[in-house]
Design a protein around this ligand. Structure first.
Ligand SMILES: C[S@@+](CC[C@H](N)C(=O)[O-])C[C@H]1O[C@@H](n2cnc3c(N)ncnc32)[C@H](O)[C@@H]1O
Length: 198
């Protein structure tokens, strides 16, 4: 997942008792695009360690629900959050919503998934685009009609080509590089609102 940057946002996350600095990216996205509402059911792809879960659990409130999945061992620190369930499973291996303890599709899907990077730029770009494609391909199984989607993307020519093909699946499709993303980073986020399921 790369090295830890001990910058302003890293220190702020520690002070605020958040599990990762990534929280501030989702917070900025949500404040700008209003992706997550009270009482929503949210699915988090690649949730570990769980700062996005901390944010969404609070935002959806006690009547809402957040389900997180990750290939990493379940983070027990999240067990105090009553409206949250986390599973150790690869996104590709979720064959049925029942495996996540739910019957209905989700109002919102968020994905901060990142591959284990090798340091070889071309290879890392391919691996990260594979995760992006996988998340988009699974949306019909997980996301409700008119639902919202947020996903992290590492910029590349191929990523831009792929995203252009996905645009028509949403009523609104926006890109944002949050302030807490390091300026040297090639990551940005795609915000899809109003999913058109098929
Ligand atoms: C940047 S971290 C997520 C940080 C998280 N949003 C937070 O706020 O704490 C990316 C995560 O994606 C997970 N991941 C990568 N490939 C995955 C896959 N195929 N299925 C599920 N999780 C995956 C990694 O294990 C890693 O924990």
């Amino acid at each position: 997942m790369g090295f830890k940057v001990k910058d302003h946002y890293f220190k702020k996350a520690k002070q605020d008792n958040y599990l990762a600095r990534s929280i501030y990216k989702l917070e900025e996205i949500d404040e700008k695009y209003h992706v997550i509402e009270k009482n929503d059911q949210v699915l988090d792809f690649g949730y570990h360690p769980g700062s996005w879960i901390q944010y969404t659990a609070k935002k959806v409130g006690p009547e809402g629900r957040v389900v997180g999945i990750d290939i990493k061992e379940v983070n027990k620190k999240l067990s105090t959050l009553k409206n949250v369930d986390v599973y150790q499973i690869d996104v590709n291996d979720v064959k049925d919503l029942k495996m996540l303890g739910v019957d209905d599709k989700f109002d919102v899907v968020v994905s901060d998934m990142a591959p284990n990077t090798t340091g070889i730029k071309s290879l890392d770009q391919i691996k990260s685009l594979q995760l992006v494609e996988m998340a988009f391909e699974h949306l019909n199984h997980f996301l409700k009609e008119d639902g919202n989607f947020v996903i992290k993307v590492f910029d590349s020519h191929d990523a831009q080509v792929y995203l252009k093909q996905q645009k028509s699946r949403f009523k609104e499709f926006s890109f944002l590089k949050p302030k807490s993303t390091r300026s040297v980073s090639k990551e940005f986020f795609v915000i899809g609102k109003g999913f058109k399921s098929v």
